[in-house]
Ligand binder design. Structure first.
Ligand SMILES: *Cc1c(COP(=O)(O)O)cnc(C)c1O
Length: 456
């Protein structure tokens, strides 16, 4: 049997990639103050900055776009979207938002108070920032295996139930709900098992706390469960995803991930305790409850994407893509987070650049070097993203220094990945010449988006 798992789609619309030279990239990166977020996308050869909103829509989704109902209130497209979310999640209350962080901001505004603490496996950066903005402490309680880049535990996104229980015993009155991220994006795109989710549910129930899923990659998570969790192999991915939602009380979702669209998000809730204040805030900041900051056509595309993403051939190809690049990097002696997750490969920058101290932001430096070397754009998941400069001028550092190469859905082909692997392996041979960086300018929230750097 042929072993190649080819892209399970044909391409009928293409976007050219403009080639650049190394000396052009040197100038462009200097102009961007060594921050790849400040580069023009046209100056990037292969863009692995994010899988968020960067996917290609299907012919069915584009056809749906033409059927979008742009009525201000009660649009047909909203009801299609609502039905799709209800069918998947079982939650009756569906609130569209323009993207995931708007869902987070609205839910946290109505469901938390300053001084609260919210546990999760790992809060994503916008989730963490939105909680902190409301005076709430985000706690990352992923299992110990999830913090070890070499540990090949099948469900490294699982939450550490012992630590959650200790938190609930000690500060339970300040925990408004528990959260869990499927898959665990900031922890390497690692999945959470159904059995961990069930046990988390039971634990929260004992303390009368709701469970909220950050559902961005629910379908990739469900595919991992099907492939890896004992007893789950015979079930459909859809049934597995539905069970995950059934174990929780609500979710926030960035539809830019597993709803296969370029913009969109939602909150969905089982009971009505937060629904009315959330809708009121939605009207104030996003739009009327039946469009929530989106066009009718966006709602239509989300409804279709939410069912398309459950296609198991698509999901097998999707997970295989990360595994394929990961195998090539490991073969080239490059330490990545193992096993590979769903949407990305994470390179361990400390191992790649052992000569750089934490103050020189090794993962940031590696991002810059990958752009110079081959026009690749990845993102730092390290101390620029998660560290902080404190008021006394000292710094806190993140426990890991990773470069995430995230894969847009249905966009790049196998040869793009072959090229990326070559670039990274060639850079590895000259790693000792890669320079560190220092921050010359930074914002107080989400500083990685806009910070400016110089070579250290
Ligand atoms: C992308 C993402 C978000 C935020 O969604 P946006 O659409 O970018 O605002 C939240 N949580 C996780 C896990 C994500 O991957």
């Amino acid at each position: 049997m042929p072993q190649t798992r080819f892209e399970p789609f044909r391409i009928k619309m293409v976007e050219p990639i403009r080639m650049t030279t190394r000396s052009e990239r040197e100038r462009l990166l200097e102009e961007a103050r060594l921050n790849v977020f400040a580069l023009k996308a046209d100056d990037v050869l292969i863009d692995f900055l994010t899988d968020s909103g960067t996917g290609a829509m299907s012919a069915r989704q584009w056809a749906g776009i033409m059927q979008g109902d742009e009525s201000y209130a009660g649009a047909r497209s909203f009801y299609r979207f609502e039905a799709a979310v209800r069918d998947l999640t079982g939650y009756p209350h569906v609130i569209p938002t323009h993207q995931g962080r708007a869902a987070e901001r609205i839910l946290f505004s109505v469901a938390t108070r300053p001084g609260d603490v919210v546990p999760s496996n790992t809060h994503f950066d916008t989730t963490r920032a939105n909680l902190e903005y409301g005076g709430v402490e985000p706690l990352d309680l992923v299992i110990a295996e999830g913090r070890d880049p070499r540990n090949r535990h099948p469900f490294k996104g699982n939450i550490d139930l012992g630590r959650v229980e200790a938190l609930l015993r000690e500060r339970g009155e300040r925990v408004p709900f528990g959260m869990i991220t499927l898959t665990n994006n900031s922890g390497g795109g690692q999945p959470v098992s159904l059995s961990n989710l069930r046990a988390y549910r039971e634990l929260l129930t004992r303390f009368s706390k709701p469970l909220i899923i950050d559902a961005c990659r629910f379908a990739e998570n469900a595919m991992f469960v099907k492939l890896r969790e004992p007893g789950q192999g015979g079930r459909s991915v859809k049934a597995i995803a539905q069970e995950a939602f059934a174990l929780a009380d609500g979710c926030t979702m960035s539809a830019k991930k597993d709803a296969l669209v370029n913009i969109g998000g939602f909150i969905a809730l089982r009971d009505d305790r937060w629904v009315e204040p959330a809708r009121n805030l939605l009207v104030l900041t996003e739009g009327f409850p039946t469009y929530g900051g989106l066009a009718g056509r966006d709602l239509e595309a989300m409804a279709i994407g939410l069912s398309e993403v459950l296609d198991e051939d698509y999901l097998r190809y999707r997970l295989r893509t990360a595994e394929y690049l990961g195998e090539k990097l490991l073969a080239g002696g490059i330490q990545i987070v193992e096993p590979t997750g769903g949407h990305a490969v994470y390179i361990d920058a400390r191992e790649f650049l052992p000569h750089l101290p934490p103050e020189q932001y090794p993962a940031w430096a590696l991002c810059a070097a990958l752009y110079l070397e081959g026009g690749l754009r990845g993102v730092e998941i390290g101390s620029v993203m998660f560290g902080k400069r404190l008021e006394d001028g000292t710094e806190t550092f993140h426990h890991a220094e990773l470069v995430r190469l995230a894969f847009p859905r249905r966009v790049y082909t196998q040869s793009h990945f072959d090229y990326a692997a070559e670039v990274i392996c060639e850079l590895k041979a000259r790693a000792a010449s890669v320079r560190g960086v220092r921050i010359t300018r930074q914002a107080s929230q989400l500083r990685h988006f806009t910070a400016e750097f110089a070579w250290a």
